[in-house]
Design a protein around this ligand. Structure first.
Ligand SMILES: Cc1cc2nc3c(=O)[nH]c(=O)nc-3n(C[C@H](O)[C@H](O)[C@H](O)COP(=O)(O)O)c2cc1C
Length: 166
């Protein structure tokens, strides 16, 4: 099955660290994403320290998977690099999905934790990780070896497809 149909969110991880090489592959995949005017407005903070992962897992009630992950990839949108600032969320969205698909390809599990645009979440992350004002803390991607085999349900729904006109 190709990676798009195999990918699913993984929130429980084995106690095993992912190699630097694999993390770099995820970052390469992220940076390969399409972006408006090819501005590539992303930056990443890779977090592997237990204390930091635990602190991030407490930043909102759906962030708990961060505590047990091998690494966190914090994705940021750099407003100074973005050529079309209003497109930055879409640029980062494409980047995030690429990272998740590469994680699947590497045999890893991952989950995207939402931060932007919920201000109380992004402020906590900004403060904790010393993120400068010209960067938007977009998301935290938890990465690790999955603790259990996940199951994927196919979602194709014909009723959502319109030909020629709505
Ligand atoms: C923008 C966005 C924010 C998300 N935030 C969270 C989150 O904070 N915590 C979490 O456990 N999952 C989060 N997810 C994962 C979704 O819950 C998940 O993708 C969805 O339930 C579909 O399941 P699947 O990824 O297994 O296909 C987020 C996904 C997206 C795209």
């Amino acid at each position: 099955m190709n990676m798009v149909f195999k990918r699913h969110s993984v929130r429980k991880f084995r106690d095993e660290m992912v190699s630097d090489e694999m993390i770099e592959n995820l970052l390469k995949a992220g940076m390969q994403a399409p972006s408006s005017c090819n501005s590539q407005p992303w930056e990443f903070i890779v977090v592997s320290n237990s204390e930091d992962k635990t602190a991030i897992s407490k930043m909102h009630k759906f962030a708990k998977p961060a505590a047990g992950a091998s690494h966190l990839i914090v994705t940021l949108g750099n407003l100074n690099r973005a050529k079309v600032i209003r497109m930055i969320e879409q640029d980062l969205g494409a980047c995030n999905e690429n990272i998740l698909l590469q994680a699947t390809y590497e045999g890893l599990g991952a989950v995207w934790l939402g931060f932007h645009p919920i201000e109380d979440r992004t402020l906590k992350l900004k403060d904790y990780l010393d993120i400068p004002d010209y960067c938007i803390p977009f998301s935290v991607i938890c990465v690790g070896y999955p603790a259990v085999e996940g199951e994927v349900k196919l979602r194709y729904d014909e009723s959502k497809v319109h030909f020629d006109r709505f």
